[in-house]
Design a protein around this ligand. Structure first.
Ligand SMILES: Nc1ncnc2c1ncn2[C@@H]1O[C@H](COP(=O)(O)OP(=O)(O)OP(=O)(O)O)[C@@H](O)[C@H]1O
Length: 312
């Protein structure tokens, strides 16, 4: 039986992946993705994202644990899963002498139920580049072509490995809109990304990986809950952190100083900001480069990276 609306389209249970030399890149991770959801895997370089996605794509067998895509094992039941999934790898690597349209037609020939090539190219804004040779495309246009090929089979499940790396801001926004439209049409999307605003803006749920494990998972709001807000500013010459009101009284839970720049972390942004600004007003000093930011995914990510450094 295949999945229905209410089942998980992707199920990962205690997945492990060990490479030839014995290195354990994925150390027992569990998560699931429902139909029509966008799920983002985040993590520092080497956290194990690609190693995980490769197993989901059926390109590698798990060393331990269990993976199901559309109810099937993507490695041993590849024939059942592959026609219903679209894969955008980090490096497409197609013959560079072919044109965009020729590449897409070649790919369509290997794809069951492929949509018309012009339609796939239009989805990613490459319709006017159809006659251009792949080697003449910019890095961002190649990423768009990668995405067009992944979309040729109108997949139910789409794997996107760093889909917007190399795209300019407009291209990135176009890709986000496309992913949202696909999601609204019922496509399930699993993406890896280094752009936290991409995960924050696109993902229904996400997991932050660190050293082969999931450090935290949930909706973007759940992941940022409990993380501190940040205030940063530059002190004028002659002033030092010790001149500020006692940080504990401002509700500050941590601080860093780099030259003149001071960064404060607090769970009470209004109290800390008010105390700081009243102090500055009274002392008649201007806090240059003043920035205040509510808890964000970036803070959650950096917090996990810091914890990882401390543990080393
Ligand atoms: N074929 C391999 N043999 C041995 N170790 C590998 C192999 N491929 C990856 N690794 C190691 O496994 C770990 C996880 O790599 P992986 O590519 O999954 O990380 P990632 O989270 O996708 O990183 P990035 O953000 O840099 O793409 C890294 O330490 C990497 O060096």
């Amino acid at each position: 039986m295949d999945t229905n609306e209410h089942e998980h389209v992707i199920e990962v249970t205690d997945l492990r992946r060990v490479y030839g030399g014995g290195f354990e890149a994925v150390r027992g991770i569990t998560f699931s993705v429902s139909r029509g959801e966008v799920f983002a895997l985040l993590g520092t370089n080497g956290a194990g994202k690609t190693s995980t996605v490769e197993v989901l794509e059926g390109l590698a067998a798990p060393s331990g644990g269990r993976v199901r895509v559309l109810g099937h094992d993507p490695h041993t039941e590849r024939a059942a899963v592959r026609p219903r999934t679209g894969v955008m790898l980090q490096e497409g690597g197609f013959p560079s002498e072919l044109t965009v349209a020729e590449t897409a037609r070649m790919w369509a020939g290997c794809t069951s139920g492929a949509r018309p090539v012009p339609e796939a190219l239009a989805l990613v804004g490459l319709e006017r580049r159809a006659a251009v040779r792949v080697k003449q495309l910019s890095g961002g246009e190649r990423r768009r072509l990668d995405l067009a090929l992944a979309l040729l089979g109108a997949p139910e499940v789409l794997f996107l490995d760093e889909p917007t790396t190399g795209l300019d801001p407009e291209g990135r926004r176009d890709t986000w809109e496309l992913v949202r439209a696909l999601r609204d049409g019922g496509t399930t999307v699993l993406l890896t990304t280094h752009y936290l605003e991409e995960a924050e803006g696109l993902a229904d749920r996400l997991a932050i990986m660190s050293e082969g494990r999931i450090a935290v998972t949930g909706t973007p709001a759940e992941v940022t809950a409990g993380r501190p807000s940040r205030i940063s500013f530059e002190l004028p010459a002659g002033y030092f952190v010790g001149d500020l009101p006692p940080l504990g009284e401002l509700g500050v839970v941590g601080h860093e100083v780099a030259g003149r720049v001071v960064r404060l972390r607090t769970h009470e942004l209004q109290r800390a900001a008010t105390g700081l600004l009243v102090w500055a007003e009274r002392a008649r000093i201007e806090l240059r480069r003043l920035e205040m930011r509510s808890a964000s995914l970036e803070e959650a990510f950096l917090g996990i990276a810091r914890e990882q450094e401390v543990a080393v």
